[in-house]
Design a protein around this ligand. Structure first.
Ligand code: PGA
Length: 251
């Protein structure tokens, strides 16, 4: 079953008191969240266990990244198994900022997806094209390569345990949102591509989120697109009222 999901990616923002205040402000709105929408926040890793204590069970926690390794001499890294032991349920994997600034290749992303699945963490797999790829009409090729190289080694039983987030790089943090038509076109392409490589039931059970300058004003239209199952929200998730409006838009 495709699930409606709205996830807030806080990135590297907020002091600890500010993070706690934001989480509490969001929690105060929880009764207004539609019951069929899964709500997640992805704060900086340092705050995950503190926020676990502060949040109601209706708001789940996601990490923004994890190691592809389970344990060992990897200074500064956090493993999926560690995340699982403190009650984190999801992890963003392969965000374009990780690919761009930290050299994450499709190969590394694939290993991280596997690490998450080994430990019962739901990976939120990010894919999406750059502005020049879009301009040169290469967006479908880019996204299909990312899917093939990082995701399609999974079995038909495993794939529906992954959430896909389509995030065109040119729309992230820029205020330039994909049009509803552009979002729907790519989401339909991704779902068809999954169906071609697996079967229809797999394609129809995977949630595909849109990310890239989602805000309180445009969320309802984007989420109304037939193949858009919710959003991965950056900047607008840092304001409790705006993020609540976005959650409510995922009808
Ligand atoms: P944005 O970020 O909503 O600020 O564009 C989205 C993301 O990077 O996940």
């Amino acid at each position: 079953m495709r699930k409606k999901i709205v996830a807030g990616n806080w990135k590297m923002n907020k002091s600890w008191p500010e993070a706690l205040e934001l989480a509490q402000a969001l929690a105060a709105h929880k009764d207004s969240f539609p019951s069929h929408v899964s709500v997640l926040i992805a704060p900086p890793a340092l705050y995950l266990s503190g926020l676990k204590e502060a949040l109601p069970s209706s708001i789940a926690l996601s990490a923004q990244n994890c190691s592809q390794h389970d344990s060992g001499a990897y200074t500064g890294e956090i493993s999926a198994s560690m995340l699982a032991t403190i009650g984190v349920t999801h992890c963003i994997i392969g965000h374009s900022e990780r690919r761009q600034y930290y050299g994450e290749t499709n190969e590394i992303v694939r290993e991280k997806i596997d690490a998450c699945l080994r430990h019962g963490i739901t990976p939120i797999f990010c894919c999406g094209e750059s502005l020049s790829e879009r301009k040169f009409n290469k967006h479908f090729i880019t996204v299909s390569n990312q899917l093939q190289q990082a995701l399609f080694h999974l079995s038909a039983e495993q794939l529906p345990q992954v959430v896909i987030a389509y995030e065109p790089v040119w729309a992230i943090g820029t205020g330039v949102t994909a049009t509803n038509e552009q979002a729907e076109e790519m989401h339909a392409f991704i779902r068809d591509f999954v169906a071609e490589n697996y079967v229809d039931t797999v394609a129809n059970s995977i949630s595909i989120l849109y990310g890239g300058s989602v805000n309180a004003a445009n969320a309802a239209e984007l989420f109304a697109c037939p193949n858009v199952d919710g959003g991965l929200v950056g900047g607008a998730s840092l304001k409790a009222a705006d993020f609540t409006t976005i959650i409510q838009a995922a009808q």
